[in-house]
Design a protein around this ligand. Structure first.
Ligand SMILES: *Cc1c(COP(=O)(O)O)cnc(C)c1O
Length: 404
């Protein structure tokens, strides 16, 4: 029998593995282990700034919200080109509060995608509403705007597009449909800090944007964190209340709220990291162009950045019918890769009660079977990228011979 303590032990073992993965041996050609994300390399670059920031918080002893978090909120609002940013304790909390502030509750429906991290769908359920799923577009891997209107009913309150992998959803048709039917657009920007659609930043196009600062996200805290962005003063006010027990002042509770406040240490660290984010994003984009070039004739399908998109490459995902063989070759060379996501939300056991079946969302299901995320992080070196591409090229060639 699997007991809770077994599960915790398993979890600790997994965490140990993650630690080992973010702790690579020195780079010396592609024989060396390449992690999927290298948080340690980034820490080495900003160590002194981070330590000073943490020290500042310790000396002030303002540990929750306070001036560090407020300064981060201002900086992040400027970065997203919105009037307000409200910091919370995770991306999940950001989504939950955005949904509540948008008036989503029991009896409402929210339209979103099955091909996302589970939090997108779970938070709709937290709000007491029903997730209504529509398939993704095979090029952008984000919500297919052509499929939204058929899913709108008299109970629909919001559309929740996900800017998956750092590529923005096709927002104009989504905003048009929302306007026509009086719906709120809530953007899930957890993977897309700084991404742009026709020059507009994600998180500034819908009524509200939701960000995660989980450590491995493009802007990551050293712990949990999230934010809600909006131009709407009332919306921002409501989210501020909800994150702190619905209390504008101590012991006056205007709303039934939550403890979703951001820690001051995370706020201070995020301020430090925000100042580096544009440079890190440009590195990711540069690495993506290198992969594009090196893998152009490998036979694997490459991610497409639409002409209107500034893709920020949280994930660089290739697609191939021989994905599993390529993955095996990479892992054999100690190059870490991952499938995002192997099982779409509608086929997850926990969400069976939504009533969907295999075959309902063919694009999501086909991407789940063929996708593979390659190492991409700002500190990746040219020789590491060449190494990854060489292994993929060889594996893809070998597999195509085998199938002839
Ligand atoms: C990470 C993520 C979330 C949840 O963010 P947390 O900070 O982990 O709670 C939500 N949606 C998407 C698409 C994500 O990738």
């Amino acid at each position: 029998m699997v007991t809770l303590s077994h599960m915790i032990q398993w979890d600790e073992a997994q965490n140990g593995k993650e630690l080992a993965q973010s702790n690579p041996r020195p780079a010396s050609g592609y024989e060396t282990m390449i992690p999927l994300v290298d948080l340690r390399a980034q820490y080495q670059e900003i160590k002194h700034e981070v330590e000073a920031a943490i020290h500042r918080v310790l000396e002030s002893s303002r540990f929750v919200l306070g001036p560090e978090v407020e300064a981060f909120e201002q900086g992040f609002a400027t970065f997203c080109r919105t009037r307000h940013a409200v910091a919370v304790n995770s991306g999940t909390s950001a989504l939950h509060l955005a949904l509540l502030a948008a008036g989503v509750g029991p009896g409402s429906e929210v339209i979103t995608v099955p091909f996302t991290f589970v939090a997108t769908v779970a938070t709709i359920l937290y709000a007491g509403a029903k997730p209504v799923l529509v398939d993704i577009d095979p090029r952008t891997l984000t919500i297919d705007p052509g499929k939204i209107e058929a899913a709108v009913t008299s109970r629909t309150v919001a559309i929740l597009p996900v800017h998956l992998y750092g590529h923005p959803a096709d927002m104009d048709p989504i905003l048009q449909i929302a306007k026509k039917h009086g719906l709120v657009v809530i953007e899930d920007c957890a993977q897309a800090h700084g991404a742009e659609y026709h020059g507009r930043r994600v998180g500034s196009m819908g009524a509200v944007g939701c960000f995660s600062f989980y450590p491995s996200k493009n802007l990551g805290a050293y712990g949990e964190g999230g934010a809600v962005t909006t131009d709407d003063e009332d919306f921002a006010h409501k989210v501020r209340l909800l994150r702190n027990w619905g209390a504008p002042q101590r012991y006056t509770h205007l709303l039934k709220g939550y403890n979703y406040r951001m820690d001051a240490i995370q706020g201070a660290i995020l301020r430090v990291k925000l100042a580096h984010l544009e440079k890190w994003t440009e590195s990711r984009r540069h690495h993506a162009r290198s992969y594009d070039r090196l893998l152009a004739h490998s036979g694997v399908e490459l991610p497409i950045a639409q002409s209107w998109a500034r893709h920020v490459y949280h994930v660089y995902g290739i697609r191939s019918e021989t994905r599993d063989a390529i993955r095996k070759s990479l892992l054999a060379r100690d190059i870490h890769c991952e499938v995002h996501y192997p099982v779409p939300v509608h086929l997850q056991p926990a969400f069976a009660d939504l009533g969907y079946q295999k075959g309902d969302f063919p694009t999501a299901e086909s991407v789940a079977e063929t996708q593979l995320s390659l190492p991409i992080y700002p500190e990746l070196t040219k020789s590491q990228i060449e190494g990854v591409a060489a292994v993929i090229g060889a594996a893809a060639a070998e597999e195509s011979c085998r199938h002839e």
